[in-house]
Design a protein around this ligand. Sequence first.
Ligand SMILES: *Cc1c(COP(=O)(O)O)cnc(C)c1O
Length: 435
Amino acid sequence: MANPDRERLVALDKERVWHPYTEMSRYRETVDPLVVVRAEGSRLYDADGSVYLDANASWWTSVLGHNHPRLVEALRRQAGELCHTALAGITHPAAAELAERLCAVTPAGLEHVFYSDNGSTSVEVAMKLCLQYWSQNGRPERRGFVSLEEAFHGETLGVTALGGVEVFRRPFARSLLECIHVPAPTRPDSMERALDALAKAVLGNRDTLAGVVLEPVVQGAAGMQIYDPAFLVAARELCDEADVFLVLDEVFSGYGRTGPMWAGGHASVVPDLMCTAKGFSGGMFPMAATLATERIFEGFLGDPERAFYYGHTFCGNPLGAAVALEVLRVFDEEKVLEAAAPKSRRIAAAFDGLASLPGVTCVRSIGMIGALDLEGDSGYLAGAGWRVYEEARARGAYLRPLGNVVYVTPSLNIPDPDLDRLLEIVQESVTAVAG
Ligand SMILES: *Cc1c(COP(=O)(O)O)cnc(C)c1O
C-alpha cells in the first residue's frame, strides 16, 4: 500500500539531495531508495513498514548495533551538559577521559591523541604530521608517501593521493601529492612480489619519503581484500631501516572488525601513527582520532611556529567524545571481542559453504567480515553485485555490494538468529542471481 509521506520524502530527496557515489540521473529514474526512519540493533526500519538486516553496519560503523541503549544514554547525558566547545585553551571531561582510555587500548608507544571528525581527516592529519615533522626536523625533502594499489584512505584531496581504487582517484589524478603505489599482497602468490616492491619503494626512496600508509590486513573498499599480517611485520622493519614513519589506517579494521581490537594486532606491529574512526564512535557520531608516538609529539615542541597548525571546528566534540568513551566501556564490560569470536566462525563457515555455488569465483573471511566474488565484470561499477542487492532487499537485508564483491560486515554483537538469517539471505540471493 502506498504511503503518502514516504512518497513525498522520496520526491523531495530526488529533487534536492545529491547522494554520494551515485550517478544521479539513473538514481532519479530507476532507484527506489530505502527510507529509513528508525534503526535498532542490526535492523533498519523503512517508512513503508519493511525491516532490513543491516549487512554492512551502515558503512562499517555500527559495531555495537544501532541505538545501543548505553550509547544513546551517553549521548543524551552529554547533550544535557555540553554539546560543543572549542578545544583551544579549553578541554572537557569527555575529551580528556577518552584520550586516556584510548591510549590504554592501543599499542604501547602510541601516547598522544589528535581528534578530528571523520576517517579521511584522521588520515589527512597523519599525512600532515609526517610532512611537518620532517620539514621542521632536518629532512624537508621528505615529502613522498608509499601506499598500496587499491588502497582506500578516504576522500580529502590529501588522502586521495594515497588511494588506489580507480573510480575514486581518476578525476583528481592530476592534482595529487606524490605517492608511490606498490602492489598489495592480497592475491594468491602475490606476497613475494609485494614485499619486493615495498622494499624497493621504501629503501630506494628513503631520502624523499615521509611515510608509508597501510590499511592493516584488510583493504575494505578494494572489495574486502585480505592479506597476510607478515606483510605488516616486513613494512615495520623496512620503515625502521629507512627511518620512515609507518601509518596504520585502522578506520575500518579497528574495533575488532578482523578479530583483535586492532588489525595491526595480528602481527603485534606498533605504527608511528594510527588512525581510527567509524567504529570509534559506534557509528553514532562523526568522530575520529589520530594517535602518535612520543617521538612525533616531541618533534612539534619548542618555538610556537613548530606547533601543529591544524584543527577542525569540531575537534574533540563533546557529544562524539562521550559516545566514543562509552563505546570503549561497552567493549570492555560486554566482552564484545570475545562474544564476536563464535559469530565470526559462523561467518567463515557460511562463506566457505558459498564457494561451491555457481557464479561464485572466490570466498574469503576474517573476523566479522565475509566476502565473495561473483563471476563477470569486476570493478566498483560492475552489475552482478547490484542484482544480488535487489534479491537481498526483497528478502529483508540491506546488502550493498562493492562491484562484484558481495560481503557482510555486520555489527559485532549481531544476535545469532539475525546473523544466521543474514547469511541465509546471502546464500539465497547469490543463488537467485548466479544459479
Ligand atoms: C571509510 C574509510 C576512510 C574514510 O573515512 P570517512 O569517515 O568516510 O572519511 C578511511 N580509511 C579507511 C580504511 C576507510 O575504510
